[in-house]
Design a protein around this ligand. Structure first.
Ligand code: ADP
Ligand code: ZN
Length: 729
């Protein structure tokens, strides 16, 4: 019963505060896990909804939740977003004045603040540790947990001290969250936070709404301008490798009439910040940046990410493209590729240590294979992160939409697998392709592999052809890399089966970008992933309204409402608060804060265009039951006086009490102390409480008989609710 109710309250608050009807993926199990006091490890791709996993339990629990976050900008952003939802969250960092710090500390101690964001630097300060010891903490969330690992891309030494400091504060459960999928980093996180016991929740890394495309790096500027014109007005990021290139491309876009600005480490901090803000506030559409840009922002409506230059690793590519479409809507990822870029990157590695150079080389090789491969980009990316993608055609990448030259691969695959088997499953790409093409090198001879039946069987094709086949057998899981030595390929079960009973299998030729035509020449248009079902004119008006409101409130526009909410508004035309509250992503806090302006705009639009809205056709029923229940729980949570709740809902005080009793008897804990304090002094409260403690029945009639005439029926009923909540529930 308790479990069912806990689930209820989570769902109630999910809708009330955040305006979401459903949990996404693992969110609910994760939340229950951390609420039950267990260490929790969350691995989810960007945009999957990690923040909710610690924000929602912070709201439903009566204790403070401490969130450790690496960047001040990121913290401020989350705090702004939570405040817009009507949730009291604050941060503690070096930007605050003494008075502000004291105000925040007081709020944490008296329970008003639900979430406290802390930078690791502030956490290490003695005075803050002392202060945190005094607070009542439910759990600690370590966001961007990969910062702990030297193997990650954003290593932060202070992150390594987090665990020892948490231990000083108390024995607290930890929820660690990251979007980094590599096993090495995960292992580091577990080790450093000493949470081997943690329950791990890993989500698929497939970003369904992202479209991946790689284009030959030819007439690149022309291609870029064309792409930008097709996407004018949308927010996007263009990544370049060097600062110089960033400046050049940003200038190019500006002179071509696009609202773009540069971002790189060589710019003044103030300029960087101003450009980033302009991007967040929709004053400019495009940021041209080195990889330095991105980690500090979680702008949900980035519609495209262009890699003007090839990134250094697939991890980087995945992270950077991952910044597109976090809200689940359109996200186009375009990369310009030339093998020359890979050579340049290899040169950069020259001055590094031997191991770094070797690592860098392997990463670049993977980048090359990925780019030149004819296989579905999605399958390739997921395979790289150890995940299998089980669709034949993802429908949202260049290789699936316009397959490269395909051919029957049955015989080729069979040759590759035989070669692997006959050589004892102890070799990799180079050796296998040498054997297949019949290269009688000393190395091949030293193993007598030139004596094998398979030797030279594929000499009609060159070595590059065979390498491509071998790589495809890897991606399609006929072969797998050995765990201990990744340059050794072994047969999978699927591979073994294929050897004994081969079947038809389509392969394709690698891209050869130097000879490929550009889309410019092909004049190719891809079908859009999201067909717009909403009223685009209204959507644009609402966007403009959002922007002007954001300016006034000094917030990024997406903090007010996100694009998916605006799209829904432009579909169902809500013209009152109840209808607005039905929109996904619109909680009660936002209805009250920003609702009026939007409702007015939609009303005006609806009248002007003579649109029939849902409200016109559906006969309005009295406020539905569960919605009432949700509303009451939420208002009590916010310590709203009961008279006020009854009044807003237009019901009698008695009806309200009946509702509250129902809620309470179905197992939900309600804290009415704030209200009881006003109507009954402590002694009287104790008197009634004791009565219920010692009586056999919860009948109100009996209580009225037994207790002194000083007490009204309402008072007794309210005390019975308190008693039930504390003792029974
Ligand atoms: P992450 O931190 O994993 O990158 P966020 O926490 O920023 O992701 O969430 C990504 C987007 O998903 C946000 O726009 C957020 O509002 C939205 N979101 C999160 N949970 C839900 C949910 N249960 N239903 C609908 N949208 C959600
Ligand atoms: Zn695909």
């Amino acid at each position: 019963m308790m479990v069912v109710e806990e689930k209820d309250i989570l769902r109630v608050q999910l809708k009330e505060v955040f305006g979401y009807d459903q949990f996404r993926g693992n969110q609910e199990v994760i939340i229950r896990n951390i609420l039950s006091g267990k260490n929790t490890f969350v691995i989810m791709p960007t945009g999957a909804g990690k923040s909710l996993c610690y924000q929602l339990p912070a709201i439903t629990s009566n204790k403070l939740v401490v969130v450790i976050s690496p960047l001040i900008a990121l913290m401020k952003n989350q705090v702004d977003q939570l405040n817009a939802f009507g949730v009291n969250a604050q941060f503690l960092n070096s930007t605050l004045s003494k008075t502000e710090i004291n105000r925040v500390k007081k709020g944490c101690l008296d329970g008003h603040i639900k979430l406290l964001y802390v930078a690791p630097e502030s956490l290490t300060k003695e005075e803050n540790v002392e202060f945190l010891k005094k607070t009542d903490i439910a759990f600690v969330a370590v966001d961007e947990a990969h910062c702990i690992s030297e193997w990650g891309h954003d290593f932060r030494p202070e992150y390594r001290r987090i665990k020892s400091i948490i231990d000083q504060i108390g024995n607290l459960p930890i929820i660690a969250l990251t979007a980094t999928a590599t096993p090495k980093v995960q292992q580091d996180i577990r080790k450093n936070l000493t949470m081997d016991d943690a329950d791990t929740f890993m989500s698929s890394f497939n970003r369904k709404n992202l479209y991946y495309e790689i284009r030959p790096k030819k007439h690149t500027k022309k291609q870029l301008i064309k792409f930008m014109s097709e996407n004018k007005g949308k927010a996007g990021i263009v990544y370049c490798l060097s600062r110089k290139k960033v400046e050049e491309i940003s200038e190019l876009l500006r002179v071509n009439g696009f609202k773009a600005a540069p971002y790189h480490a060589g710019l003044d901090a103030s300029v960087r910040e101003a450009n980033q803000d302009a991007f967040l506030n929709e004053d400019i559409d495009i940021i041209v940046a080195t990889i330095a840009f991105g980690m500090g922002i979680d702008k949900p409506d980035v519609r495209f990410v262009v890699h003007y230059d090839v990134p250094k690793s697939l991890e980087g590519y995945y992270q950077e493209t991952g910044r597109a479409g976090r809200d689940g809507l359109e996200g186009n990822c375009i990369m310009f590729y030339s093998h020359n870029d890979i050579n340049k990157l290899e040169k950069f590695n020259k001055d590094k240590s031997v191991t770094e150079r070797e690592n860098g080389k392997v990463l670049l090789q993977e980048m090359t294979y990925f780019s030149e491969s004819p296989v579905c980009r999605r399958r390739l990316l997921l395979h790289y992160f150890g995940e299998e993608f089980d669709q034949d055609n993802c429908g949202a990448c260049d290789n699936c939409l316009r397959p490269k030259d395909q051919f029957e691969g049955k015989e080729y695959i069979h040759h590759v697998l035989e070669a692997a088997k006959m050589t004892g499953e102890r070799f990799g790409l180079e050796h296998l392709s040498d054997v297949l093409t019949g290269k009688s090198s000393n190395y091949v001879k030293s193993y007598s592999h030139d004596q094998l039946e398979i030797f030279g069987i594929g000499k009609a094709n060159d070595v590059e052809f065979w390498k491509s086949i071998i790589r495809q057998t890897l991606v399609y899981d006929f072969l797998k890399k050995d765990i201990d030595n990744v340059s050794v390929f072994k047969l999978t079960e699927k591979g073994e089966q294929f050897i004994s009973t081969p079947y038809s299998f389509t392969l394709a030729k690698d891209h050869v970008y130097d000879t490929e035509t550009t889309h410019e020449e092909e004049n190719y248009d891809r079908p859009p992933i999201n067909t717009k079902a909403y009223d685009e004119v209204l959507f644009e008006q609402l966007k403009a309204l959002r922007k002007s409101l954001a300016k006034k409130k000094n917030l990024p526009p997406y903090v007010i409402f996100q694009d998916p909410s605006l799209e829904e508004m432009a579909t169902i035309y809500p013209t009152n608060k109840d209808e607005l509250a039905q929109i996904n992503g619109v909680g009660m806090g936002k209805v009250n804060k920003f609702g009026n302006e939007f409702i007015a705009a939609i009303k005006e639009y609806v009248e002007e265009h003579d649109i029939t809205t849902a409200a016109d056709v559906v006969v309005k029923s009295s406020v539905n039951k569960s919605k009432m229940k949700i509303y009451i729980i939420q208002q009590i949570d916010r310590k709203v006086d009961l008279e006020e709740i009854a009044e807003t809902k237009n019901i009698s005080f008695d009806d309200l009490l009946v509702e509250i009793e129902n809620i309470c008897y179905s197992g939900t804990r309600l804290n009415l102390d704030y209200y009881l304090e006003q109507i009954l002094d402590e002694d009287k409260q104790e008197d009634i409480y004791d009565y219920f403690m010692n009586t056999e029945t919860d009948s109100i009639e009996e209580a009225l008989d037994e207790l002194s005439e000083d007490y009204s029926e309402d008072e007794i009923r309210l005390m019975r609710i308190k008693f039930m909540s504390e003792i029974a529930n």
